[in-house]
Design a protein around this ligand. Structure first.
Ligand code: TRP
Length: 336
């Protein structure tokens, strides 16, 4: 039996290069060996966006198309919609008894996110909803409903995984051995640097290059990328290892990397030419992705069918897990 891999993405915007290099390339490898479930976490997205359902709805399909066009194979991976697996919501309710409010406030991911929200929207702890505070509980439900043995996440999500394991241990201790603790697989999606030199590429940081950006947007963003600040003139010698353009040449695994490095160090490579070369390489990497996107945009039924099939597969696993959970919690009242 192949192990189940379960990961989730919040449908709040299109995927960017950070997701692509940090996470999607990893899913593509995992789909060869494991039974991969990718959850489009619309319920979780609504915890922050409950007042903007149209945005979440639109991005469920957008993210699905991004994933499919960048190489996620629907014959190998199950892409499913969180809200359509009601067992996840049921488990969330059961698990909520096993978690204290104080423990949720202590979760480092939640702590950071609350702090960021306060910076954005002003003080008032009042704005923290029950749903938002509880999203680690609902994420524990995501993972266990799908029998996720391996969970690819960025390092910002590790505290949530730790809390999932705690919930599982407590559940098993009280109701008997039912659920298995997942292992995490570290992806680097939150650790692909931005072209501005920021440690992280992110939509909210305003430094993201999206898979759906136009040639003009990509050109503009790369031309503005941060290079070695000591290099003033075209033929000054520079250090490629502090240059974001070189960093992206590396991510694209350009075959002339060594030449780029040496030319930069020897002062034989101007930044403008180097950026133009990166733009060209990036556009050719994106070409097949854009072609596939175009195909899926023109065949919305195919996208919907992939989501339906993936959701059926997820529902099947979740209903089996639920049987066992209810039986062990002594809330299975009738045989059929
Ligand atoms: N919280 C994750 C993020 O923001 C997304 C997510 C939802 C997830 N459910 C999940 C990740 C289950 C792993 C497993 O990136």
């Amino acid at each position: 039996m192949k192990k189940n891999v379960l990961t989730g993405l919040r449908p709040t915007g299109n995927l960017h290069l950070g997701h692509y290099f940090g996470a999607v390339t990893n899913f593509i490898k995992l789909q060869k060996t494991y039974n991969v479930f990718i959850e489009i976490a619309d319920v979780q997205a609504l915890t922050d966006n409950f007042n903007n359902p149209a945005k979440v709805r639109k991005n469920v399909r957008e993210i699905t198309i991004d994933l499919l066009s960048s190489g996620v194979d629907p014959d190998k991976c199950h892409l499913f919609i969180q809200s359509m697996v009601p067992e996840i919501a049921e488990l969330t309710v059961f698990y909520s008894n096993l978690v204290t409010i104080a423990r949720l406030y202590r979760n480092p991911t939640i702590k950071t996110e609350i702090k960021q929200k306060k910076e954005l929207f002003g003080n008032s702890g009042e704005s923290v909803t029950y749903g938002f505070l509880g999203y680690p509980v609902s994420q524990a439900a995501d993972i266990t409903a799908l029998n996720g043995a391996l969970v690819p996440v960025g390092d910002d999500q590790l505290p949530i995984l730790e809390q999932t394991r705690e919930i599982i241990r407590k559940f098993n201790h009280i109701y008997g051995e039912t659920l298995t603790e997942p292992e995490h697989l570290l992806t680097t999606s939150s650790r692909i640097k931005g072209l501005d030199g920021n440690e992280k590429m992110g939509k909210s940081l305003g430094n993201a290059v999206f898979l759906t950006d136009t040639d003009e947007e990509i050109t503009k963003k790369i031309m503005a990328a941060v290079t070695d600040p000591n290099k003033i003139k075209k033929d000054d010698k520079a250090n490629p290892h502090i240059c974001m353009v070189y960093y992206y040449h590396k991510l694209l695994s350009t075959n002339n990397l060594e030449t780029i490095e040496q030319e930069c160090q020897n002062g034989h490579r101007g930044c403008v030419a180097c950026k133009k070369e990166l733009i060209e390489n990036l556009l050719s990497m994106l070409k097949p992705i854009r072609e596939k996107r175009n195909y899926y945009e023109n065949h919305p039924n195919i996208v919907d069918n992939i989501l339906k099939e993936g959701t059926y597969a997820a529902q099947k696993v979740a209903s089996e897990v639920m049987e066992k959970v209810k039986e062990n919690m002594q809330i299975k009242y009738f045989d059929e």
